[in-house]
Design a protein around this ligand. Structure first.
Ligand SMILES: Nc1ncnc2c1ncn2[C@@H]1O[C@H](COP(=O)(O)OP(=O)(O)OP(=O)(O)O)[C@@H](O)[C@H]1O
Length: 256
């Protein structure tokens, strides 16, 4: 179970997250859904312990800042980071040693096969593409067999095969009772995954939806029903922007 209570995070004078609260029960998939700048990554980074914040976060009933809590959750960041001088396989070894967990050759082979990394095992971190790094980052999160996993925009940068595989992995994790929190602005990527959706904008949660209660409704419709006012204002602004862009483009064109 993942519980976030009264979470507030300011960057200087900017209130990125304002008194946010939600919970994802055991074996459920929660989605933090919102446009760019809504505050999703700030929530995820706060849970992961990367930021100072006000509020309370509990992982499996434990304060998220404790070592016991940190042992049972995994975090896949939006921007993967690799050690330049470690190979793909060595990254996995590093993580399993740090967490004191076992990963058999068979498990590792299955993981590498799933994410098409088998022939990349000996490549150095510095030799990987962004998508490959993302896959390694996901594998590193999975080898610790987490009870709670946080994935920040996990589909960005992945090829279609890897997206399909990741979705299968996420559903498998849910089957095993793992609690999952995914942040995304890509509604269509999570349409078939969610159990609970928390729609965020401007640092607030504007709507919380539990699938059982809104089974017949479309996630996109729900999203626009709560962000509708803002979305229509934004559409109007974009329209005005497009008009002025056109004018300035013409002016630039004329000027050359
Ligand atoms: N390090 C930082 N310093 C100052 N302001 C920040 C910092 N990180 C984020 N912000 C601000 O906090 C707000 C929320 O940002 P955040 O990255 O959490 O949004 P997001 O929903 O994850 O966006 P995206 O979908 O673009 O990743 C934004 O206004 C952003 O400009």
């Amino acid at each position: 179970m993942l519980e976030v209570m009264n979470l507030t995070k300011k960057y200087g004078k900017t209130i990125a997250v304002d008194n946010v609260g939600f919970a994802v029960p055991d074996g459920r998939i929660g989605i933090l859904l919102g446009p760019n700048g809504a505050g999703k990554s700030t929530v995820i980074k706060s849970i992961a312990g990367l930021l100072k914040y006000k509020g309370t976060i509990r992982i499996q009933g434990l304060n998220s800042r404790t070592m016991e809590a940190k042992r049972c959750f995994a975090y896949v960041p939006e921007m993967p980071y690799m050690y330049d001088a470690l190979t793909v396989r060595e990254h996995i070894e590093f993580i399993t040693r740090a967490y004191g967990v076992e990963c058999t050759e068979e498990e590792l082979k299955m993981l590498f096969d799933r994410f098409e990394l088998t022939d990349k095992q000996e490549k150095l971190g510095s030799e990987l593409s962004k998508g490959m790094m993302q896959k390694v980052s996901i594998c590193c999160a999975l080898v610790i067999k987490p009870k709670v996993i946080l994935l920040d925009e996990p589909m960005v940068g992945l090829d279609p095969a890897a997206i399909r595989e990741l979705k299968t992995v996420i559903l498998d994790l849910r089957e095993k009772g793992c609690t999952i929190l995914i942040s995304t602005h890509m509604l269509e990527m999570v349409r078939d995954l969610w159990d609970a959706t928390f729609v965020m904008d401007g640092g607030h949660i504007l709507g919380t939806y539990v699938k059982e209660n809104v089974a017949n409704e479309d996630l996109e419709e729900l999203f626009f029903s709560v962000t509708g006012q803002k979305a229509s204002e934004e559409r109007a602004a974009v329209q005005r922007g497009e008009e002025s862009d056109t004018v300035s483009a013409e002016v630039e064109g004329d000027g050359r």
